[in-house]
Write a protein that binds this ligand. Structure first.
Ligand code: GCB
Length: 613
């Protein structure tokens, strides 16, 4: 027990993926036993299933055995008599708890989950327990043994459970805690609902002893004639011949992995039909070794900047975007399946978007795959939002983990063109260091995409100044501006403003907008009315013309979304009303205003002036 307690202490302090393995690429296409469905749950606001009565975690206690995860009836320990998972109610997984149980709607704290499953493990296979996302901190146990802890509510994690699986019935227990913390990513203050729970898919994945853990197959940086990538095996049999086939492009390649299971490759790509929003062509890519095989659907495109232009496959593009949260307003709650995700992206398509900003944290992997299929470019972001604990080394490490896991998961998606390292972070030296380090990390992990962040601005008279020095580290200058809502008066009054952007880079306005309650009609000067929001959009388009490098925008936001900060009893009721679509799916006037603008921009950019070499 003593050894165990030292071990767990180390584990608690040593970070975010204790025991967890490096993520497996393309999990959904593997041999999976889905653990989605009904899970028993117990609400544990005092964490009595985790701490003994002296507040020592049962994980570390010398005298007590087992917490709620142990499943043994502890007849000599009264605390532990007071639970019974199997007679507890159930929650659906995937799904946040807030939207499923009235008394959990505003809950922030611990909830225990349990699910039993039966399996006959095969001797020649290995097994991973995979969670696509759990918000925010998960302690995971299998058959009463702790597998580890994961922090971060939007990225996947997994554990190797081969040694712990039993023939017949097994049980998984999780303690899930969505308490907001100052040092966490995100921190305490956000403008979205703090949904807790097992919000995305759970799988028990069966893999061969040596398997294809990871691969990247993408066009080389700025080179449309060359596919570049790597394959990484994991297991004992690391030196193998690996075949890569893209039958439709006539590509067949054999590579030999080294003693570390790694092989890099470059392939001439002559007859590729390039991926773009107008041609979202995905190729079937087959990767196989002597022991494993995996298939993916991958598109090929280049993305780069030249001066103030963004070049997609070498041609200047305007990003007709919209920001969105990972929320289905009709639940309201985290999306629970493909239909929910498709609904959101279809609304973006109806707006005539070619671009979506998946704010402010990694969305579901399936969302990004759907964007690839539907022809939507993607801005992907991590929840480095507002007032992060900039000088805390653990906080930085956590942010970097989330960035790494996001890039690792989505690096084969043609739609993803921008990694964003944060949103509206207030200027200071520690923040500059933190954000610059994240930008360098993103570039090191993936130099084929653009790096950005949604920045802030300041005003001098009628000049709106964009000069955040972090821009030097980024490929794009992107900023949020709320003329006509948080400053600058009514929509009519904002036309006096003009933008001064210091950096000679492409500009994307990552947010602008204002609240409107769907169905509330008044004149253009009346806040909360659809007419006010519409006028705001129209005049925003006018002032944005002062930015000669403007190459895209993602107004805030596609749909009204839940936020505990939004307390106005008539207009908000815990909803941020900046959506172009209401919480019941009704399109507001400004939806059509933006669509008209995007129709014009589409025409304008259909035959762009080619940028100078
Ligand atoms: C912002 C934030 C976004 C908020 C929005 C608002 O600048 O980036 O998360 O929801 O403003 O509505 O105030």
């Amino acid at each position: 027990m003593y050894k165990t307690s030292i071990f767990y202490t180390l584990l608690l302090f040593s970070g975010f993926r204790s025991y967890a393995q490096e993520p497996v690429q393309n999990i959904a296409s593997r041999t999976n036993l889905s653990l989605n469905g009904k899970w028993n749950y117990m609400i544990d606001p005092y964490e009595s299933g985790y701490y003994d009565y002296r507040r020592v975690p049962f994980d570390q206690s010398k005298t007590q055995e087992g917490g709620f995860y142990d499943n043994k009836q502890q007849t000599d320990k009264s605390e532990l008599l007071e639970y019974d998972f199997d007679h507890s109610p159930t929650l659906n997984v995937p799904g946040d708890w807030n939207s499923q149980v009235e008394k959990l709607s505003l809950y922030e704290g611990s909830v225990w989950y349990k699910k039993s499953f039966t399996i006959t493990p095969k001797k020649d296979k290995q097994y991973l327990l995979y969670f696509a996302a759990v918000s925010y901190e998960a302690h995971v146990y299998l058959n009463g043994k702790k597998l580890g802890i994961h922090q971060g509510g939007f990225t996947p994690f997994q554990f190797d459970v081969t040694a712990l699986l039993k023939e017949g019935e097994n049980f998984v227990v999780l303690k899930v805690d969505n308490t907001r913390k100052k040092e966490a990513i995100p921190t305490i203050a956000t403008d979205w609902w703090n949904y807790g729970g097992i919000t995305r898919d759970v799988y028990l994945t069966e893999l061969p002893k040596t398997f294809i853990r990871d691969y990247k197959v993408q066009l080389a940086k700025g080179n449309a004639a060359q596919i570049e990538g790597y394959v990484q095996l994991k297991g004992d049999n690391k030196k193998q011949k690996v075949m890569l086939k893209i039958p439709e492009a006539g590509i067949v390649l054999a590579v030999n992995t080294d003693t570390a299971g790694f092989a890099a490759f470059t392939i001439p790509a002559k007859k590729i039909s390039y991926w773009s929003p107008e041609n979202p062509k995905l190729y079937t890519v087959q990767i196989s070794s002597a022991t494993d095989a995996v298939t993916d659907k991958i598109g090929f495109r280049t993305i780069e900047t030249r001066g103030k232009d963004i070049l997609l496959n070498g041609k200047s593009v305007f990003l007709r975007g919209i920001s969105m949260h990972d929320e289905n307003p009709l639940i309201p709650g985290r999306p629970r399946g493909t239909g929910d995700l498709k609904m959101l992206l279809s609304w973006a398509k109806e707006l005539n978007c070619n671009f979506v900003r998946l704010a402010h944290y990694p969305h579901n992997e399936e969302m990004v795959r759907l964007a690839d299929e539907m022809g939507l470019l993607v801005w992907a972001e991590i929840p480095v939002y507002w007032t992060i604990d900039w000088e805390n080394a653990d906080t930085y490490r956590n942010a970097e983990h989330q960035l790494t896991d996001l890039i690792s998961r989505d690096k084969n998606r043609a739609g993803v063109i921008i990694w964003s390292v944060g949103n509206e972070t207030p200027l200071s030296d520690p923040r500059l260091k933190f954000m610059s380090n994240l930008a360098s990390k993103a570039r090191k992990l993936d130099d084929t995409r653009l790096i950005s962040a949604a920045l802030e601005l300041h005003r001098e008279g009628n000049n709106v100044i964009v000069d955040d020095v972090l821009s030097e580290k980024l490929d794009l200058v992107s900023f949020n501006e709320y003329a006509g809502w948080y400053w600058g008066g009514t929509p009519k009054e904002i036309t006096k403003y003009s933008f001064k952007v210091k950096y000679q880079k492409p500009v994307i306005i990552t947010e602008f907008g204002g609240d409107a309650l769907a169905g509330f009609h008044a004149d253009e000067d009346t806040r909360w009315s659809e007419e006010y929001q519409e006028a705001l959009y129209k005049n925003q388009f006018k002032i944005q013309e002062s930015i000669d490098g403007l190459r895209g925008m993602t107004p805030w936001i596609l749909v009204d979304f839940k936020s505990p900060r939004r307390t106005h009893p008539i207009y908000q009721n815990f909803w941020n009303r900046k959506g172009l679509i209401s919480d019941t799916g009704k399109k507001k006037k400004a939806f059509f205003t933006l669509k008209t603008r995007y129709d014009q921009l589409e025409k304008q950019y259909a035959h762009p002036v080619q940028p100078k070499k």
